[in-house]
Design a binder for this molecule. Structure first.
Ligand code: E4P
Length: 216
C-alpha cells in the first residue's frame, strides 16, 4: 500500500517525507485554505520535493471551468493530479484530462456505483471517503471492499485511494481489504510507528544496559 499525506503544511510534509511516509500528497480546498497560502504557490512548493502524485482540486462546478482550472493546476508540475468531484461535469473533465495523459483523482466518492462510473471515465484514482461515511453512521470501510470487488471483477486499473482516513485502524483495515493507496493527515501517518510495547521495551532494555555498565 502506498501512502499519501493529506496536508499542505510544508513542515509536516517534509517531516513525513524524511520518514519515508510520503508516496504522494492530497489536498482539497479546505486544506489549501487552512495553509493560508495561494494554491499555485503551495502546490509548486510541495512538488519541489515530492516526486509522487500531488492532488490539487478544482473549485469550478461546470465542465469548462474545471478544464480551465485543471489545466492551470496541471501546468504547475508534471506530477500534479487534477482532483475533480464525482459529478457528471467532474467525470467529463476526468475524460478530458485522461485523454491528455494528465492524472485525475476523482473525489467525494460515497458509493460503489459512483466508483464504477469514475473507473469507466478512466480515473487514475478514486477517493472513497471512509471517515465521512462513519460520521453519519454508515460503515465506511465496507465501501472500500465493494469497490475492490467491482474493480477486480472487471479489471479496472483505477487505483483505490482510501480517503478520509482518521485513525491507524482505518489504514490497517483498508490495507487488509486491498486498497491501493491511503491518504491521511501527517499525524495519523506518523502514528503508524507507535506501539506502547515498543516504548516499554526500549525503556527496559536501556535500563538493563545502563546497569551493565557497558558501552558499544
Ligand atoms: C482526500 O482527498 C480528502 O482530502 C480527505 O481525505 C478528507 O478527509 P476528511 O474527511 O477527514 O476531511
Amino acid at each position: 500500500m502506498k501512502f499519501f499525506a493529506d496536508s499542505a503544511d510544508i513542515a509536516e510534509l517534509r517531516a513525513c517525507h524524511d520518514m519515508g511516509l510520503v508516496d504522494g500528497v492530497t489536498t482539497n480546498p479546505s486544506i489549501i485554505a487552512k495553509s493560508g497560502r495561494k494554491i499555485r504557490e503551495v502546490i509548486a512548493e510541495i512538488c519541489s520535493f515530492v516526486e509522487g502524485p500531488v492532488s490539487a482540486e478544482v473549485a469550478a462546478l461546470d465542465f469548462d471551468g474545471m478544464v480551465r482550472e485543471g489545466s492551470e493546476l496541471s501546468a504547475i508540475a508534471k506530477n500534479v493530479a487534477v482532483k475533480v468531484p464525482l459529478t457528471p461535469a467532474g467525470l467529463k473533465a476526468c475524460r478530458h484530462f485522461r485523454e491528455k495523459d494528465v492524472m485525475v483523482n476523482v473525489t467525494l466518492c460515497f458509493s460503489a456505483n459512483q466508483a464504477l462510473l469514475a473507473a469507466k471515465a478512466g480515473a487514475t484514482f478514486i477517493s472513497p471517503f471512509v471517515g465521512r461515511l462513519d460520521d453519519i453512521g454508515l460503515p465506511g470501510m465496507d465501501l472500500i471492499g465493494e469497490i475492490r470487488t467491482i474493480y477486480d471483477n472487471y479489471g479496472f486499473d483505477t487505483n483505490i485511494l482510501a480517503a478520509s482516513m482518521r485513525t491507524v485502524n482505518h489504514i490497517k483495515e483498508a490495507a487488509l481489504i486491498g486498497a491501493d493507496y491511503a491518504t491521511a493527515p501527517p499525524a495519523v501517518l506518523k502514528a503508524l510507528y507507535s506501539h506502547p510495547l515498543t516504548d516499554k521495551g526500549i525503556e527496559s532494555f536501556l535500563a538493563d544496559w545502563k546497569k551493565s555498565g557497558q558501552s558499544i
